[in-house]
Design a protein. Structure first.
Length: 431
């Protein structure tokens, strides 16, 4: 029969059946919030055992209530009404990992590692406060609608009623227990790490590492069975995952991770280094604009041709801009512009069009008919003209000045890019 009230909480519905009792949806009239209330039945226990149960129950619940961590379900209140002990906790919008695995949808390797790392964070926090969970299993791991992960029921595995009692020791779920719990030894934080290793194994492979036909067969496997590596069951898993699972599930506690924080760090290291190759993991392609596919070259060869063509166009434009309209030798002065001595012979008069003495053949000859050497240009004429042209460029803007100077250099010293003193015209002048 569903109670109408537990403590100050009004029961408004049933959320499900837990391992130790029914889980109710309830309303807290004092703070005006909705909570989940998990009950533990203690009916039928002898009076002495009932007292011990109540003391242990409240001690464990109070300890768990001190755990304030984003990956741990928050406990609000505890109490007892008649034969029912109860715990009021935050109501979560999500599903248990058990429900997700049973649905058969499967988890990607990346998501399995993320969930295990979040649970390891929670265990590390609890262990640092001296609290051991003792019953880490998929049913106690909640995956919320926003993707975050929380673990519930810290310390509850020690309570009678919802667990198996063997040789005076209270056990959790046999498929996820550590060997030392199975044989009745005290559980510590390393026991939780072993249990998390079995949960991770099941998330990766889709099957628990230990699953006998009956309870005793399962417990025997926990103590004696050599479990195959996850990659042997599910091909494609990285070797680093095999190593993490093997260390977490080592039969001897001393061979396991001694701190759950170390396990969490190694799990995230696998995500950082091998995320692109994990089974079930896909990387989103970079965003592509509407015209990017048409505008971008499709391979390195086309890209090289495109860049080379652009460079050629720029170089050609620069050449056309900097060179003068016609690269010619300096034009000789007209005959009328040059002073001619009064007693100069006719051969010394040079025509304006040919640069040869008027009335003479193209090759100058001496009086005896032999050809004579061409007359040398007046020293410094081309240099003076170049200096004058360069001085005129000073009135231009910076860019125009550079273009103007280069045009002057090409006009008075064609085809030469070096120092002015090295100009072929200067070299000819020195000879």
């Amino acid at each position: 029969m569903t109670p109408s009230r537990l403590g100050r909480y009004d029961i408004t519905g049933t959320l499900g059946q837990g391992a130790m009792g029914i889980v109710y949806r309830a309303h807290d009239p004092l703070i005006e919030r909705v909570v989940a209330i998990k009950t533990v039945a203690c009916a039928g226990l002898p009076e002495k055992e009932a007292e011990e149960f109540e003391q242990r129950f409240f001690r464990e619940a109070k300890s768990a209530g001190k755990l304030n961590h984003p990956n741990i379900v928050t406990i609000h209140d505890i109490g007892r009404d008649g034969d029912l002990a109860w715990i009021a906790m935050e109501l979560l919008d999500g599903r248990s990992l058990r429900d997700i695995l049973d649905a058969g949808a499967g988890l990607s390797c990346e998501r399995a590692i993320e969930i295990a790392a979040a649970v390891a964070d929670a265990l590390a926090f609890a262990h640092a406060g001296g609290i051991v969970h003792r019953d880490v299993k998929p049913a106690n791991i909640m995956v919320l609608a926003n993707g975050s992960v929380k673990i519930a029921d810290f310390g509850i595995a020690q309570l009678p009623g919802g667990s198996l009692t063997l040789a005076g020791s209270v056990l959790g779920s046999p498929k996820y227990m550590s060997p030392e719990q199975v044989i009745g030894h005290k559980a510590d934080g390393r026991s939780d790490i072993f249990a998390l290793g079995t949960v991770l194994y099941e998330m990766l492979t889709g099957q628990p590492p230990f699953a006998g036909d009956n309870l005793h067969a399962t417990m025997y496997q926990v103590v004696h069975k050599a479990v195959p590596a996850p990659s042997e069951v599910c091909a494609g898993l990285p070797p680093a995952i095999d190593a993490i699972v093997a260390r977490a599930m080592a039969r001897e506690p001393a061979a396991r991770y001694q701190d759950a924080a170390e396990m969490a760090a190694e799990l995230r290291r696998v995500l950082d280094t091998t995320a692109a190759t994990l089974p079930g993991t896909t990387l989103a392609p970079p965003p592509v604009t509407a015209n990017a596919e048409k505008a971008a070259p499709r391979n390195p060869l086309l890209r090289g041709i495109f860049i080379g063509g652009a460079v050629a166009v720029v170089a050609t434009a620069a050449f056309l801009l900097l060179r003068p309209a016609a690269v010619t030798a300096p034009a000789p002065q007209a005959a009328s512009d040059r002073p001619v001595p009064a007693n100069a012979p006719p051969a010394a008069i040079v025509t304006e069009t040919t640069g040869k003495p008027a009335g003479q053949p193209s090759a100058a000859t001496s009086g005896n008919g032999k050809p004579t050497a061409p007359a040398k240009a007046a020293p410094g004429n081309w240099q003076a003209a170049l200096q004058s042209a360069m001085k005129a460029c000073e009135a231009e803007s910076v860019f125009s000045r550079v273009v103007c100077i280069e045009k002057a250099r090409w006009k008075h010293c064609p085809g030469h890019w070096g120092e002015i003193a090295d100009c072929p015209s200067a070299a000819a002048e020195k000879r």
